[in-house]
Design a protein around this ligand. Sequence first.
Ligand code: CO8
Length: 257
Amino acid sequence: MAYDFIQTRVAGRVGWITLDRPEALNALNAAMVSEIVRALAGFGADPDIGCVVLTGSDRAFAAGADIKEAAGRSYPETFLENFLASWDAIAHLRKPLVAAVAGYALGGGCEIMMMCDVIIAAETARFALPEVKIGVMPGAGGTQRLARAIGKAKTMDLCLTGRMMDAAEAERLGLVSRVVPASELLAEAQAVAEGIATKSRISTMAIKEAVNRAFETSLSEGLLFERRTFHALFATQDQKEGMAAFVEKRAPQFRDM
Ligand code: CO8
């Protein structure tokens, strides 16, 4: 499929989406977001894909929503169109989504990154929610997902000042899963994603659902959801295969059933 602002490829069982708008540091215009959503839907429906990686360039994962495109918007227009709501489709991908982040992940770029499940950052990565500097506020989940990821004190600091945070601070706060040298970023992302993709998709998708449930419900309801989902996995052939392979000291051959 042809796209104007992204590139896609498949490596093993991993689908890659590379944001490709270098002249604007991968600023997210409406067309690019709709291309990302379309590509994710394609990988989501492909039974040969077990995990998706979202990445940008060395210089920028994405420097935010496209300020130039949004500058002239009015309140009625943003409200009636529910501006930015289409971005939610990224968070709703059921397969695990890995972000491989180098350079700027700002505003909407940081918000899309936080919709991903495993975030691998290069040492060059820089994060900010700088919307306050242009007279608005995060609108694609920034205040909510950042607060859940790193707590109130740091979220207020970052959202109210708009300051930039480096990769070491982001890892210390638990915003990112790992930090690696920039030269190793894509290989590390592929290795992590391939490792996920070769597991049973039923397990990985159930794990994603269960972890995300932790942010939506009480502890007792979340624990019940986890326990019942865990019980249900004993109805799969992949559970039989995974445990038999352990006992027989061989690699499991999962078949997503
Ligand atoms: N939108 C549109 N164009 C952008 C954006 C952006 N977010 N970021 C960079 N660009 C463009 C620049 O305008 C420039 O284009 P041109 O050459 O035509 O002038 C090109 O990318 C290169 O950028 P710079 O020359 O500025 O590069 P520098 O290395 O000097 O600076 C920075 C890099 C620090 C990343 C700087 O570009 C910057 O501060 N960008 C804006 C960051 C920002 O504020 N992002 C948040 C945007 S708001 C948002 O994402 C939340 C959604 C809610 C609001 C919705 C409305 C936008």
